[in-house]
Structure formats: C-alpha cells, structure tokens
Design a protein around this ligand. Structure first.
Ligand code: NCD
Length: 291
C-alpha cells in the first residue's frame, strides 16, 4: 500500500517518474481512470488551493468524493482523528487526503489503519504535494534541478513548504540558499547557506518566497517594514537574472512578502504553480491507486 507522507525517503527515480507523469497529464489532457474509487479530503486547517486542486484532480480521474467538513463533524464532539478515519474507512472510503495543524499527525494512522494517507500539510512539517508541484514548475522551466540556485526566502522555520522543498531540491542537485530574517532561521535546516535576499537575488535561478505563517507565531514582527527589509521589492526583482523565476505557494500577503505588482509579472510562475498542482495531484492519486 502506498502512502504519500513525505518526499524525504522517496526514491529519486520515483520522484522523476511522478514529475514526468504530471507533465504528461498536463500536456495530453488524458488522465488515469479511478472511477468507483472513494476518497475523502479531511482538512483541519484552512485551505483554498490544496483542497480544491485535490478535488479537481479527483474529479478529473472520475473519483467519488465523500465530503467531510471538520466544523460540522463529530470532531467537534471530541472524536479523534484516528476514530474519524477508522469510521470513514469502515463505510468504504479507500484513501484520505489530510491536512492537520499537528506535525506528523499521520503517525497516529499509518501502520494502524490499512488505508493510504496523502499528507496535504502537517503543521510546520511537510507538504509533499506542494513540493511535487513546485518540482514540476521548476522542471518545466529549466529541464533540470542540477546546479540551479534556489533561494528560499522568508519564514523558513515555520514553513512546511520550505522544509519539504529544501530537502528534495538538495537531493536533486540544486544549491539551496535561505534568505531569511535572523528570527526565522531554522538551525535544523543545514542543507543550505544563510544570507539576505539582497545578497542572494542576483545569482538566483529560482526565488521561492514563503508566506509569513502568522497563525504559528508566538512573537510579533514588524509587518509594515517587512517588504523593504526582507521581501521581494521591485528594486530587488530588477536585479534578478533575466531567466530567473519567482515562486510563492500562496496565499500571498500582498506587499509583505512580495510587491503586489510582481505577482503577475512575466517572471512570476505563481499561477502556473497552481495549475501544475492539479496535475501533480493526479500523479499522486495514480501512484497511490495504481502502483
Ligand atoms: C501552503 C501551506 O498551506 O502550507 N499553502 C498551500 O498549500 N498552497 C503555504 C502557506 O499557507 O503558507
């Protein structure tokens, strides 16, 4: 049985196959047939892109979605995640897409319930389908990961996107630089060097911005001056290489992480990332059900 929990222990060949699959689904508009397979999306943290692009991927493959709403579910009566998943599995759900605020929430499920789990984001931990769509976006652009200079900027310590992406991009041969304020450095992230966006920008192939994870902060920071001090201003963007790209997993705090005029600029791939998310997730569903 295939879970999709983290890319950390994934074979690199398998990851390359998933990227190829996603690109081929996007080009050919032909998708695997998963009709009569039952899936549930359990989101315990807010989501627009991830939840609805999973739903789009599920519909494009003909799946049956058993809808779940945490707010009106028995979770509100104190039912545990384990009991919720066990219940839905008992009534016939064959796969779960789960987002949860708790790091490694899946440890209470895998090896205990015999059903595939897809991690749609665990706390500050991992976000493997976001990583896959980011890899697809970078690969479409450059055709390789080797020796690309990837600058990951902003709230590194709280961002599961930073954690997932830095680990897999490093394994794929990219050079990782963290351009992060002193107070959001992550000492466990040793696969990259630390510097400022000002210093790193002119050498970057990929400028990957992160959302400031306000819901995970215990201390206030100076949001008003963040763009000037640490974000992607127009002045910094002017110093990017002509072929370098801008990425952001979104949602975006406009004029905090990035000047809003750059969001749809020609070097931005932010909406391409969202488009690619659907095909990356079709590739993951195909992997879970068909391999
Ligand atoms: C990310 C997430 O939830 O981790 N969003 C997403 O899935 N596109 C990024 C974020 O919210 O910061």
């Amino acid at each position: 049985m295939n879970h999709f929990i983290s890319l950390e222990n994934f074979d690199l060949e398998l990851i390359k196959n998933l990227i190829d699959d996603a690109i081929s689904f996007k080009r050919k508009k032909a998708y695997p047939n998963l009709s009569n397979r039952y899936i549930s999306n359990l989101f315990f943290e807010n989501s627009t892109r991830t939840k609805l692009s999973f739903e789009m991927a599920e519909k494009k493959t003909g799946m049956e979605i058993i809808y779940f709403d945490a707010e009106t579910s028995s979770i509100k009566k104190g039912e545990s995640l384990y009991d919720t998943v066990k219940t839905l599995h008992s009534i016939g759900v064959e796969c779960f897409v789960i987002r949860h605020a708790q790091d490694k929430f899946y440890e209470s499920l895998i090896n205990k319930i015999d059903v595939p789990i897809i991690n749609a984001g665990d706390g500050c931990g991992d976000h493997p389908t976001q990583s896959l769509l980011d890899l697809v976006t970078i690969y479409e652009e450059f055709g390789t990961f080797k020796n690309l200079n990837v600058v990951i900027a902003g709230d590194v310590v709280h961002s599961r996107v930073a954690h997932s992406d830095a680990k897999i991009l490093k394994r794929l041969g990219s050079n990782i630089t963290f351009a992060t304020p002193e107070f959001w450095r992550d000492s466990s992230m040793t696969m990259g060097t630390y510097t400022s966006l000002d210093t790193a920008i002119s050498n970057a192939d990929v400028v990957m911005l992160l959302r400031n994870q306000n819901e995970r902060h215990s201390k206030q920071y100076d949001e008003k001056n963040f763009l000037e001090l640490y974000g992607l201003t127009k002045e910094r963007a002017d110093r990017m290489k002509p072929k370098a790209i801008i990425m952001h997993p979104a949602p975006i705090n406009r004029n905090v992480e990035i000047d809003e005029d750059l969001i749809e600029a020609s070097q931005s791939r932010i909406f391409t990332q969202m488009t690619n998310g659907v095909f990356a997730r079709i590739a993951v569903l195909n992997y879970v059900f068909n391999s």
